[in-house]
Design a binder for this molecule. Structure first.
Ligand code: BV8
Length: 238
């Protein structure tokens, strides 16, 4: 079936879609960036200064993923992908695996994935559900102390940008969910879509984001309420 009037849908998600699953957001009152200095844990300089501290920070986040499950907002996006006859691409800033576990398949992790690690010596990327330390050895090249989280830190190039930019240029519906609109290039996507001039733009967020005024439609409330309701409207032509 086809979502009323739309063919190619791009959905951007941020930490807010995972909040009701129990994962901390970054910039809310008790968010991650109120607990640690992002310069220390989410930059290449921070990693170079103290790799053990950065690896331990990500080990704790990774362990936290085992204690949470997808919520109805993740499930609604997976249902949209299953039932919409056109294209649905989810571009997530999140490094958790909740979209996959809810069933989303056409998915780009533009800020990487917490459950993957990368060897800085040989470039191998592999799945890792446990801890990584400065004493960990790369299974591919055997080097020790060169493994880092396969996530995008500040001042590093986000992943999948060519595919993302092509999808933004041709979409006719852009939905932004659970993001504060603080971090670029993701925060600039709505402006990119408006410049392309063919898409309807919708913000589904707990409260107005930094970019709220750029969206043609804004629905505010908890993601597990507003996302299933909006997907139902799309699929049932309401
Ligand atoms: C790059 C790592 C270029 C993962 C993260 C000045 C101006 C413009 C840009 C810049 C600038 N100075 C520097 C930059 C670039 C910089 C940037 O944007 N800085 C900002 C702070 C100004 N960006 C970068 O560095 C990016 N790279 O630009 O590269 C380049 C070019 C050439 C060559 C090389 C490089 C890289 C950015 C990625 C950084 N990595 N995390 C990890 O370690 O864990 S950022 C971090 O913020 C997370 O990834 C997160 O995904 C991202 C965005 O945060 P949100 O998801 O929006 O979360 P937040 O807490 O902010 O908001 C939550 C929202 O949810 C709120 O609105 C809240 O109301 C809502 N909410 C809460 N509960 C609910 C809810 N909504 C619904 N329901 C609920 N229940």
């Amino acid at each position: 079936m086809r979502a009323t009037g739309f063919e190619r849908i791009v959905v951007l998600t941020g930490a807010g879609i995972s909040a009701e699953s129990g994962l901390d957001t970054f910039r809310d009152e008790d968010g991650l960036w109120s607990q640690v200095d992002l310069e220390d844990v989410a930059t290449p300089d921070g990693y170079a200064r103290d790799p053990a501290y950065v690896l331990d920070f990500h080990n704790k986040l990774r362990a936290g993923l085992r204690r949470v499950d997808p919520n109805p907002a993740h499930a609604a996006l997976a249902e949209l992908e299953r039932r919409h006859a056109g294209e649905v691409l989810v571009v997530t800033q999140n490094v958790d695996d909740l979209h996959e576990r809810a069933g989303s398949g056409n998915l780009i992790h533009m800020h990487g994935e917490l459950l993957k690690i990368r060897c800085q010596a040989c470039g191998t990327v592999r799945t890792e559900t446990g801890d990584v330390t400065t004493g960990s050895t790369c299974a591919a090249c055997g080097q020790t102390g060169r493994l880092r989280p396969h996530v995008v830190w500040f001042h590093e190039m986000p992943m999948g940008m060519d595919e993302i930019n092509a999808a933004l240029a041709r979409c006719d519906l852009f939905i932004s969910i659970g993001t504060s609109g603080n971090v670029y290039p993701a925060a600039g996507f709505v402006a990119d879509v408006r410049r392309a001039g063919r898409a309807h733009t919708v913000e589904l967020n707990l409260e107005p984001s930094e970019s709220a005024s750029l969206f043609a439609e804004r629905i505010h409330g908890p993601a597990s309420d507003v996302v299933p309701a909006y997907v139902s409207r799309l699929l049932n032509g309401i």
